[in-house]
Design a binder for this molecule. Sequence first.
Ligand code: SAH
Length: 380
Amino acid sequence: MADAADAATGARSLPLVFEAPRGRGKPPRHLADLAPDERVVVVEELGLPRFRARQLSTHYFGRLVDDPAEMTDLPAAQRAQLVAGMLPALLTPVRTLEADRGTTRKTLWRLFDGALVESVLMRYPDRVTMCVSSQAGCGMACPFCATGQGGLQRNMSTAEIVEQVVAGARALHRGEVPGGPARVSNVVFMGMGEPLANYKAVVAAVRRLTAPAPEGLGMSARGITVSTVGLVPRIKQLATEGIPVTLALSLHAPDDELRNELVPINTRFSVAETVDAAYEYFAKTGRRVSIEYAMMRDINDQAWRADLLADVLRERGHGWVHVNLIPLNPTPGSKWTASDPADEREFVRRLEARGVPTTVRDTRGREIDGACGQLAAVEG
Ligand code: SAH
C-alpha cells in the first residue's frame, strides 16, 4: 500500500497484515463511492445532463429512496441508465435477527462476491446507533474476537460501508423499527474489520456520512466513532483529516506482555506508542478518546492492572480520555470468559478513584451475537 496516505504519514514499511489480499474484482461503482464533483463527471460520461447527479444524490441520501419507480423527476429511460450506472445493489440481506422488541436489529449481508459482513442497529430513547463493518473479515487476529479468527477476506468499498448506514436510515425512515420514524444519530466502526487498515475507504465513508444532504447523510462527525487496534501512523493521519470523529482505542491491556497476546499488532506498536498516538489525537482534535477494554476473567481484570491502566492514561494528562469496559462476549470454543461482576466493580472503582472516568458497556444484542462477528462466522 505505497500510496499517498502512507507518504503523508511517513509510514514506509507497514507490515503485510495491513494489505488486503487481491480480491475477485472490485464491487461495482456506486454513487456513494464518489465525491459530489465526481458524480457529475460520471453522469456526463453516461451522456446525461450534469444536474441529474444532484437529483440522484437527493434520492439516495436525502429521500432514502431505493425503488427507481419513485424517482419520478427522472425520465424513465435516463432513470434506468442512472440506476444501473450509479445505484447498483451492493448489499443483499441474508438474515436479520432482532432483540429488545425489535429495537436491536442485526443484519447479515452478502456482498457482490459472496463475502459476508454484518451491521447492527440499536435504538435507544434518545439516539440510534448503527454499528458497521469496514472489512470482510479482519487481519488483526485478536484471539478473543470471532472475526479475528477467520482472517481478512477483503476491504469493503466506501459505498459498501455507507450503504449499511443508509439501509438502517431507510428502515427507520419507513417506520420499520418500533418507536416511529427516526434518523441515525450515531455510527460506530465496531463491526467486522479494522477500519484504519482500510483507511481511504473509511475516511471517504465518514465524509459521505457527514456531508450535508443531499450530498451526504448530513450527520455530525461527533456522532461517529472509529474504533481501532491502534495502527499508530493511521491514528496520526486521522487527526489531520479535519473530521472530528471520536477515536476508540481497543487497548484491552495496559502492559506490553499481555497486550502482545491479546492484540497482536502490539508487537509492532507498543502500549506507550499507541497511547501516545491516542493522546495526540485528543490534543489535535479536542475529541475525548475512548479506551475499549474487554474484561476477561483472570486475564486482564486484576486490580493491579486497573491501577496500571490508570497510570498509563493519567501520566499523559487529565480529561483527555475515558475507559469503556466491555464484558467479554465469549466466542465458541474460546478459553476466555467474562469477568466476575465483583472484579469488574473493583476495576471500575480503582480507575475512578484515580480520576479516570469509566463506563461499562451495555450488552445489547448479546443474545443475537451483536458483539463480535459470530453470525457471519456461523453462516460462512
Ligand atoms: N478492529 C476494531 C473494531 C472492531 S471490534 C477494533 O479492534 O477496535 C470493536 C470492539 O469489540 C473492539 O474493542 C474489540 O476488541 C471488541 N471485541 C471483539 N471481540 C469481542 C468479544 N468477543 N467480546 C467483547 N468485545 C469484543
